[in-house]
Design a protein around this ligand. Structure first.
Ligand SMILES: *Cc1c(COP(=O)(O)O)cnc(C)c1O
Length: 393
């Protein structure tokens, strides 16, 4: 047998859209080979690390041999109770820890697996464009049909509920505070979409990975606060961005009991849960580490101001938002986002994410991330100002 690519790779992998950043990644390697010190502002990977109390809890629990087995049930119960307490305190939402909360191996895992648990082949899912790529991948892998839901600047990057096509709709993905646009949603938006989904008999999956990554005192809202949301919705929360724990792989799904149960059944057939010591350390974070989160937010806030000021000096427009690790800015002069990113890389040695990489409607924008040491961000802004003369004239 000859192992050609086609012979090995399933049709579902072969059918995935080509990775738009590949060219850019190659150019980056080429630049680095030439000795250019490239500053990467293209990805959102928290660099400030987990709070000391969480690390200490992990170390302590890691020594407990009872946790070296498949995750004991009492550990999941402890974690779920902690989550339930936090959700009540933070959003005023009362959830049953036994039936309405489920740990996930990072929200990416839960988001990607959800369609396998709730969709049949051919079922339709609405997915934000631009958006986090995992929603569409999950739907395609489950044989579902993706309909793109446009996020436009005119409507604050919220989907226009009036224009949504809800025939045969089974599942809607939402993500606020939003990656990549940084937009936020208020409670009236969640009320509107719950109303809409109820009429269509559809499920809402809200990705709240950035719910606590906010600035200037802003408090994001939860889908589950909207009346009726718990009858048809679940929300994914992550420790990755909030606590700087992306490598730890832990998050949770919360909300409707039947959806949680379906996802739980699917997961029990493909994984065996999160390491108990990680669950207990994460619960410790939820309970005690908010002062540490506030400290990281100060640092992020400083970086954010540096980038915003730079964009203003460079005459570039960006979406003003109180949340996320990103700044979503407009490509100047009607240039294509990949071309703009390539030029910036070549002339300034700064890598930004071209908007089109997040979907067709991301064209015309680029995304800058603040998960890079403050000194490096400063250097990046100086370099950008230097090359901004190109489009300022
Ligand atoms: C980073 C990110 C996640 C992933 O979170 P994990 O919990 O690390 O899997 C989910 N959704 C969005 C929109 C993200 O940007």
């Amino acid at each position: 047998m000859r192992f050609t690519e086609d012979r090995i790779r399933s049709k579902r992998l072969r059918d995935l859209p080509v990775y738009l950043f590949e060219d850019l990644a190659a150019k980056r390697r080429q630049k680095e080979a030439e000795g250019v010190d490239v500053i990467d502002l293209s990805i959102g990977d928290p660099d400030l690390g987990a709070p000391a109390g969480v690390v200490e809890a992990l170390t302590r629990h890691a020594a407990d041999k009872r946790l070296h087995c498949y995750t004991p049930h009492w550990v999941v119960e402890t974690f779920n109770r902690g989550v339930s307490g936090w959700m009540a305190e933070r959003f005023g939402v009362d959830l049953d820890p036994a039936t309405e909360i489920l740990p996930v191996i990072g929200t990416k895992e839960g988001i990607a697996h959800l369609p396998l648990a709730v969709l049949d082949p051919g079922d339709m899912a609405l997915v934000p464009d631009p958006g986090y790529p995992v929603y569409s991948r999950g739907v395609w892998f489950a044989g579902g049909r993706v309909e793109w839901m446009a996020l436009r600047a005119e409507t604050g990057f919220l989907p226009d509920l009036e224009s949504l096509d809800d025939r045969d709709l089974r599942l809607v993905y939402l993500n606020y505070p939003n990656n990549p646009t940084s937009a936020v949603a208020e409670i009236d938006f969640y009320e509107g979409i719950v109303d809409r989904a109820r009429k269509a008999d559809a499920i809402i999956a809200s990705d709240a990975a950035y719910s606590e990554t906010t600035f200037d005192g802003y408090k994001s809202r939860s889908l589950l606060e909207a009346p009726g949301a718990r009858e048809l919705g679940i929300e994914f929360h992550s420790f990755s961005k909030t606590f700087g724990m992306a490598g730890w792989r832990v998050g949770f799904a919360a909300g409707n009991e039947k959806i949680i149960s379906a996802l739980g059944t699917l997961k029990s057939n493909v994984d065996s849960g999160v390491f108990g010591a990680v669950l207990l350390a994460a619960a410790e974070g939820l309970q005690n580490e908010w002062p540490a989160v506030a400290e990281t937010e100060k640092e992020y806030g400083l970086r954010r101001s540096l980038i915003r000021e730079c964009l203003e000096t460079c005459g570039l427009e960006y979406h003003r938002s109180p949340a996320t690790l990103y700044i979503w800015a407009k490509v100047p002069g009607g240039e294509r986002s990949v071309e703009f990113a390539t030029t910036i890389l070549e002339e300034a040695g700064v890598l930004v994410a071209p908007g089109v990489g997040f979907g067709e409607r991301g064209e015309g924008y680029f995304r800058m991330s603040i998960t890079c040491p403050t000194g490096r961000i400063k250097t990046a802004t100086e370099r950008l100002q230097e090359v901004s003369k190109r489009w300022m004239t």
